[in-house]
Design a protein around this ligand. Structure first.
Ligand SMILES: [Zn+2]
Length: 177
């Protein structure tokens, strides 16, 4: 019996090796296919990321440009006010309405990319009692009366607030010529 079983092993061994190696070839082929797919996926993702980066770069450049234009307009307007004693306040006028008649202090559409943005913050000015907390002097101040002469406290935004107070600029009518 012992001799027979040894013979059987010798007889079967090449078959076992053949089956095993053909399985290995199949597995290797499958892995090659998966590998190829993964490489393609990585390539696609890289391409996608590159496009997205380019797109957001353009967006940021656009926002910076529009901010620069508004700043320039603001300087022109302040120059017009000088000596006339009708200053809208010492804060920068950052936005204007579609007709270019009313100019506004405070937060606006340029800030839409911030997480804290919400529609009720349009034209909002923030007053801090502690001026060390001011991070954005374009729309934050230690003295709202000096910053804007035509604003009212925001009932919506001031709920339970003690550190900062929101005011909404009501607009300043400016004749540009
Ligand atoms: Zn104002």
């Amino acid at each position: 019996m012992e001799i027979l079983s040894t013979d059987l092993v010798y007889y079967l061994l090449p078959i076992i090796i053949m089956v095993a190696s053909s399985r290995l070839i199949i597995i290797k082929n499958n892995l090659d296919i998966i590998n190829k797919e993964l490489k393609q996926n990585i390539k696609d993702l890289q391409e996608q990321l590159r496009e997205e980066a380019l797109h957001s770069d353009k967006k940021i450049t656009g926002l910076i440009n529009s901010n620069v234009i508004l700043r320039e307009e603001n300087n022109l307007l302040l120059n017009k006010y000088e000596g006339k004693n009708i200053s809208p306040g010492n804060g920068p006028l950052r936005y204007k309405d579609e007709n270019g008649v009313f100019y506004y202090h405070g937060i606006g559409h340029i800030e839409k990319h911030y997480r804290w943005w919400k529609p009720e913050k349009n034209h909002a000015i923030i007053e801090y009692k502690d001026t060390k907390k001011i991070q954005f002097p374009d729309w934050e101040t230690g003295n709202v009366k000096e910053f804007c002469n035509n604003c009212i406290p925001s009932q919506k935004l001031n709920k339970n607030r003690r550190v900062k107070f929101y005011y909404i600029c009501q607009g300043h009518k400016i004749k540009t010529h």
